[in-house]
Design a binder for this molecule. Sequence first.
Ligand code: IPM
Ligand code: MG
Length: 371
Amino acid sequence: MAEKKTLLILPGDGIGPEVMRETRRVIEWMGKRGRASFEITEDLVGGASIDARGVPITEETLAKARSADAVLFGAVGGPKWEKLGFHNRPEIAILRLRKELGLFANLRPAIVWEPLVGASTLKPDVVRGLNLVIVRESTGGIYFGEPRGIETLPSGEKRAFDTESYTTSEIERVGRVAFDLARKRQRRVCSVEKANVMQSGLFWRETISSLHEREFTDVELRHMYADNCAMQLVRNPQQFDVIVTSNIFGDLLSDLASMLTGSLGMLPSATLGQADASGRRPALYEPIHGSAPDIAGKGVANPLAQILSFAMLLRYSLNMDRDAGIIESACLNVLASGLRTADIMSPGTAKVGTSVMGEAILRELEKVAAQ
Ligand code: IPM
Ligand code: MG
């Protein structure tokens, strides 16, 4: 068996622990079948960490994340912690992980699985076969830009401000991830900003264009304003292959794109940093659905996005394409068999809870692996 890989698992809050439980069964299955061997550490993050330790993430947990081969993250946040000060929100945990591990490229694939074509709110013809990826910049922009704050003006009125800012290198490195990814796909990149109203948008467009001319002329490049992109994603999503965009626009557009696939509960993501000289690349994998406090603890959450995030971890961090494919096939087969969690129900299918869905995936893993 190959050397042990170290995983840091951070289930977090809300439905995070429920969907992570099913994912751990998949991870254990891989170990038992001798496909891979993991050394797993589990730790607290978000509201769970605030309750136990007073902060959304401790320095120790950050250090563990830095030294792990990969981090598998659940979700953070919930009404219980909403009244905490701005700097002690559960969300700080994921923002610090991204920033301090240098995880600048957030890959958010939106894939429509054939059995779920009917689960989208859009017409089947519009979404059938959809397969796009949003590459969202995730350590810069307005999420981290300075200055930011709330001040009181001489008039006594208050003023709040945030800063959208991007440097050449920040844009180029995420651009390279997008162009490289496109080379393994349909070789089409759409770069998204608001160059018509924002200086940083204009600079983004110029920087991506110049990078394209210098290094990626074999890839087709288009530019699009973010508002138009939101409209085009609903009108004709199939026109996109890889979308590259800033932190804030990527946040918005990826939630939008998730609904093309039927449910936020289906979308995994990978957030990647820069590889070091030895080829080791910091990486975090998380479903994009968040903690879903409204359904937490009820055993009804869809575990697929979390399980598929683990499949992405195998593919991007451990070069285990074959095993990632086995997990994806097992998920597809379970959906094809008609089992559905509540979020992806459609007429004629059978509604199941989180753990029954997890069990069904384990059974399918056995079958697919035996083929
Ligand atoms: C996401 C989430 C986060 C973000 C929150 C939880 C800070 O919405 O990963 O899309 O805004 O980046
Ligand atoms: Mg978001």
